[in-house]
Every structure is written in structure tokens, then in C-alpha cells.
Design a protein. Structure first.
Length: 97
């Protein structure tokens, strides 16, 4: 969603113009930003990362919240499958199927 200083389109263009790669990971208890860049672009890269952390763009927060919650729901499906498989293995471990 960008930052207070850099709207999303400007942020994407700036990162792309540097030849860098920006990755954002959100979990239940933490979020992380990772940026790969050339050594010569380190100052600009640190400025972008600090901007993302200290001045996040909150204008589209409800939309972003929906996307994050949807992603969590998608992550729950495989977890539920694993739980079901383990329950099945425990329940039928003494029987040949």
C-alpha cells in the first residue's frame, strides 16, 4: 500500500529502477521486509526499508487487512489436513487398512 512518503506506484517504480527485490512476509505475530539490492544502492534501500517500517501507508488498511486475513485462512487449510492425517494415523495405527 506504499508509505506516507512513497505511494505504492512510486515505491514499486523506485525498487524496480534500482534493480532490487522487495519481499514482505506477514505472520500471526510478526511481519518482515527483505530487500536485495546492489551495494551501490544500499543508502537508498535502507531509506526505503526505514520508510516502510516507520511511516506505513495506512490509507488502504481495511483492504490490506482483508487480504492478510484471507491469506491466513488459506494457510489454515493445509494445517487442518495435517491435523486430520495425524488423528487418522493415531486412531487406526493398530489396524491394517
Amino acid at each position: 500500500s506504499g508509505t506516507a512518503k512513497r505511494p505504492r506506484a512510486k515505491l514499486e517504480a523506485e525498487v524496480e529502477g534500482m534493480g532490487a527485490a522487495l519481499s514482505v512476509n506477514c505472520g500471526r505475530e510478526q511481519s518482515s521486509y527483505t530487500m536485495s539490492m546492489f551495494k551501490t544502492d544500499l543508502k537508498q534501500g535502507v531509506d526505503i526499508l526505514s520508510d516502510l517500517v516507520t511511516q506505513p501507508g495506512l490509507g488502504h488498511l481495511p483492504k490490506e487487512k482483508e487480504a492478510i486475513l484471507r491469506k491466513f485462512e488459506e494457510m489454515e487449510v493445509p494445517s487442518r489436513d495435517v491435523i486430520d492425517d495425524r488423528i487418522h494415523a493415531c486412531a487406526w495405527r493398530d489396524y491394517a487398512l
